[in-house]
Write a new protein. Structure first.
Length: 414
């Protein structure tokens, strides 16, 4: 702790430069925190899903519908407890200002296949008996101010009614929650009674389902059951692909691109920018204090102690900027609506901590080694010992200066 004053005095020697560097670090680590939070969302979004469910889709794409006649054959596979058909509705609420997932399902099959959704018994009865009925998650209902009995108009960008209209009206008959905290956070979905949906759409589209959700008795039998389901429809016009629910959700996310790779590339670019800007600032700060470092050595500080002082200064600069940036990123994620459950969890903070350490070494080691090798006589005479990296940087800047100077002279002569 006795060196804290020296470290702080070094940082505060040029308050404006230190402030601007901290601002750059704050913005960079804010972006890093938000990007890695998104990466964590896509990387672990399916982790909470049950291992005892499989998803059967068309072998070509999940957008290709499957006929309902496949469902009894899937139910007949040993080890299958229940099967639910589901069709993505694609409705927009309030002229495009509100969009959330909606799926047309059989109410009883939804209850059997997804026991994680909890609702009052009367709500399930009303959902089963009401042809235009819909149930909504608690988070979704609170966001939009919905209550049981409300009529919700949805303009589907996928399904057209038999009369040519795209506006469907659904009556809220129940509000469900998750059985635990993880499922409760994801109660942002709406389920529609398949009865009105199938009757209301065009005749050519009736009797089709998007996917089949298969609940199995033993998760250890998942591979065997999936293979048996797909084998039933081999070499037919309705070949299927069955996989775990986790794999299906991740595959759905990857339809928009490899989110993880994109986020990591952006993070790498941000990290490189931090490295360059902070490295230049730190190098310049040490060059300006070469006589002061020589005085420290005159007072009895060893070469190693001077080196660690410079590294400590770099660490303090990176740590303060990173801490402020991560706190800001955490605050921003709290302002997001529940449809985007992005949080700066422990994994994101660990990544930020590792980034601070790597950044400290990369920007602090060159000037720290310069301070360690510093000769007192040369330093007091104003002859600093630049590191090879610093010499290369200065030579590059000198070359660019001469190049642009020569071009200016040629333009004036012309």
């Amino acid at each position: 702790m006795k060196y804290v004053g020296l470290v702080l005095s070094g940082l505060l020697r040029r308050k404006l430069r230190t402030g601007l560097t901290l601002l750059a670090l704050l913005m960079a680590f804010t972006l890093l925190g938000l990007l890695q939070a998104v990466n964590s969302l896509f990387g672990g979004a399916a982790d909470f899903l049950g291992a005892n469910r499989l998803i059967t889709q068309a072998s070509t794409s999940f957008t290709q519908p499957l006929p309902m006649r496949l469902m009894p054959q899937i139910e007949a596979v040993p080890g299958v407890e229940s099967v639910m058909h589901s069709q993505f509705f694609g409705g927009v609420y309030q002229d495009g200002r509100g969009f959330f997932p909606q799926f047309a399902v059989n109410p009883q099959r939804l209850r059997d296949t997804y026991p994680e959704w909890v609702m009052a018994e009367d709500g399930w009865r009303q959902f089963i008996s009401t042809r235009d009925g819909a149930i909504v998650g608690r988070n979704l209902a609170e966001t939009n101010g919905w209550k049981v009995g409300d009529i919700i108009p949805l303009n589907s960008f996928i399904w057209t009614k038999a009369d040519g209209s795209r506006t469907w009206e659904w009556r809220v008959v129940g509000i469900f929650e998750g059985r635990d905290e993880e499922w409760d956070e994801r109660a942002n979905v709406m389920y529609l009674n398949y009865g009105q949906f199938d009757e209301g759409r065009s005749a050519a589209a009736r009797g089709l389902a998007g996917i089949f959700a298969v609940r199995i008795a033993d998760p250890n039998e998942a591979a065997r059951i999936a293979a048996e389901i797909d084998a039933k429809f081999d070499n037919s016009s309705d070949e299927t692909k069955t996989q775990s629910e986790q794999e299906f959700q991740l595959g759905f996310a990857r339809q928009f691109g490899d989110i993880g790779a994109i986020v990591n590339l952006i993070t790498a670019a941000v990290f490189f920018s931090i490295l360059f800007l902070t490295g230049v600032s730190m190098s310049q700060a040490v060059r300006e204090r070469i006589p002061e470092l020589a005085v420290l050595k005159c007072l009895g500080f060893t070469d190693r102690q001077v080196m660690w002082l410079v590294l400590a200064e770099a660490f303090a600069l990176c740590l303060l900027g990173a801490l402020a940036g991560m706190l800001l990123a955490s605050a921003l994620t709290l302002l997001l609506p529940p449809e985007f459950p992005i949080t700066t969890d422990l994994r994101v903070w660990i990544i930020a901590g590792i980034s601070v350490l790597v950044l400290t070494v990369m920007i602090g080691m060159p000037p720290a080694l310069t301070a360690k090798r510093l000769k007192i006589v040369d330093a007091l005479a104003g002859r600093g010992d630049d590191s090879p990296l610093e010499r290369l940087l200065h030579r590059g800047l000198d070359a660019l200066t001469r190049l642009f100077g020569r071009r200016t002279e040629e333009e004036e002569a012309a």
